[in-house]
Design a protein around this ligand. Structure first.
Ligand SMILES: [Fe+2]
Ligand SMILES: [Fe+2]
Length: 443
């Protein structure tokens, strides 16, 4: 990739940063666009078309994968969250077009995907076109990663003092809901992805998947599921108001620090209150997700807890328990479920815990298990009829060697085979999240 092509990407990335920071019409926006135009103009002296696209997860430029992808994360993040897979520039583009294109692309009320494509066309921009990501092409992992981007964007907006738009959150939750309904096991498997450094983003997405799955299990209607999903996605946004060093602090917090952390539900609900277009129950969920069944917890509240808040409080703790934290090794799913059950009636509404237990299964998807043959595998599908007979992907033979070609066994069909115990993945140096990430990527 030539130096000038790298410059185009760099300046496009900078355009998006600038457009996020400054309002439309601000001189900095125009200066930043002018810079990109200069590079484009140079490029079109020798070329007539330029495609900036995303293939899989990678940014490609003029058909070649780009080096140092992380330098352009604003660009890829923005394209992903707007459901755009390519931006096509053509020779003849004028500066004014570029400027209005950037305005549309970054406008807070801009549409997503096909809507955005049409918006650009309708504004008379003829030398820059967008290509949207077809809905059917998006697999579980892409949607998962986009959801992480959405949470990150929302939190970035809040950190910059802006009120985030509800549209992206609503849209990604609708997409996640479609996938949870069509392939619950694959989506629940992805909740095993635990990113230690970006804990808050992945935790929010995992909580959302588990909440939607429980909502589906409880046969909630679409409106409630959307409120539940968006409420889960945004449940911890108030943590943007708590300093990073407290959030990431290993070990115990001082009383003052703890008081700060306890403010996040109220801070969060103040933000969601100001977001237009959210389902009504979202604010309740954000406010109440740490209020316990016995009305201990925080903030202090004697009011009846909203049923959707009860769901989020259970799945929130489940995801936190199964994640490595500075102060805690991860519990495997079977252990985490046991802890939830011990707290039913105290911290949690007992009926919600029972429903969650029935939904997630005796050996939840992602549990590493030892079979009666001494082979070890990972649960990939649960069986609601015969809960101790899930489908297991065998990964290690009876001698603890990795199986060259892992294979699935449905324990309901192999009654001579049974699960002896759950195994701690750390003892095998195994990462269930990476397993499901690879599986989803292979589809
Ligand atoms: Fe929280
Ligand atoms: Fe949380």
């Amino acid at each position: 990739m030539g130096i000038d092509t790298k410059m185009i990407l760099k300046s496009l990335n900078a355009n998006l940063q600038t457009n996020k920071l400054y309002p439309q019409g601000h001189p900095s926006v125009a200066i930043s666009a002018k810079n990109t135009f200069k590079h484009l103009d140079e490029y079109f002296k020798e070329n007539d078309k330029l495609v900036v696209g995303i293939v899989g997860e990678a940014l490609v430029f003029a058909d070649l994968p780009v080096d140092n992808q992380e330098d352009y994360s604003d660009l890829t993040g923005h394209m992903n969250s707007k459901l755009i897979e390519a931006i096509i520039f053509e020779d003849g583009v004028v500066e004014k077009e570029l400027l209005s294109f950037l305005d549309i692309l970054c406008a807070e009320d801009a549409g997503l995907g096909e809507e955005l494509v049409e918006e650009v066309q309708s504004k008379g921009i003829t030398h820059i076109t967008l290509k949207s990501i077809p809905k059917s092409k998006r697999n579980t992992l892409e949607v998962y990663n986009d959801a992480v981007d959405v949470v990150k964007n929302v939190m970035d907006d809040i950190r910059m003092g802006k009120i985030p738009k509800a549209e992206e959150a609503n849209h990604i939750v609708d997409e996640m809901t479609d996938l949870v309904f069509s392939d619950t096991n694959a989506m629940v498997g992805l909740t095993m992805i635990k990113d230690y450094d970006n804990y808050l983003y992945n935790h929010s997405v995992n909580t959302t998947i588990l909440a939607i799955a429980l909502g589906k299990f409880l046969k909630l209607d679409k409106k409630d599921i959307r409120a539940l999903g968006v409420g889960s996605l945004l449940h911890d946004v108030g943590k943007t108001g708590v300093s990073e060093h407290i959030i990431k602090k290993p070990g115990g917090l001082s009383t003052d620090e703890w008081e700060k952390v306890k403010e996040h539900p109220v801070l969060g609900s103040k933000i969601t209150e100001r977001m237009e277009g959210l389902e009504e129950a979202v604010g309740r969920i954000v406010l109440e997700h740490h209020v316990r069944h016995d009305h201990t917890g925080y903030p202090k509240s004697e009011a009846k807890i909203h049923p959707l808040s009860m769901i989020v409080s259970v799945v929130d703790v489940y995801d936190a328990l199964t994640t490595l934290r500075a102060y805690q090794r991860p519990y495997h799913p079977v252990e985490a479920m046991k802890i939830l059950k011990d707290l039913a009636g105290k911290h949690f509404d007992p009926e919600t815990v029972t429903a969650f237990e029935n939904m997630i299964g005796l050996y939840p998807v992602g549990t590493l298990v030892r079979l009666s043959t001494n082979e070890v595998g990972i649960v990939t599908k649960i069986n609601h009829e015969v809960s101790d007979c899930p489908t297991v992907m065998v990964l290690y033979d009876s001698e603890v060697n990795e199986v060259p070609e892992p294979f699935e066994v449905d324990l309901a069909e192999k009654r001579d085979l049974s699960i002896v115990a759950a195994v701690d993945p750390l003892s095998r140096n195994m990462d269930p999240g990476a397993f499901f990430e690879k599986e989803a990527g292979n589809v």
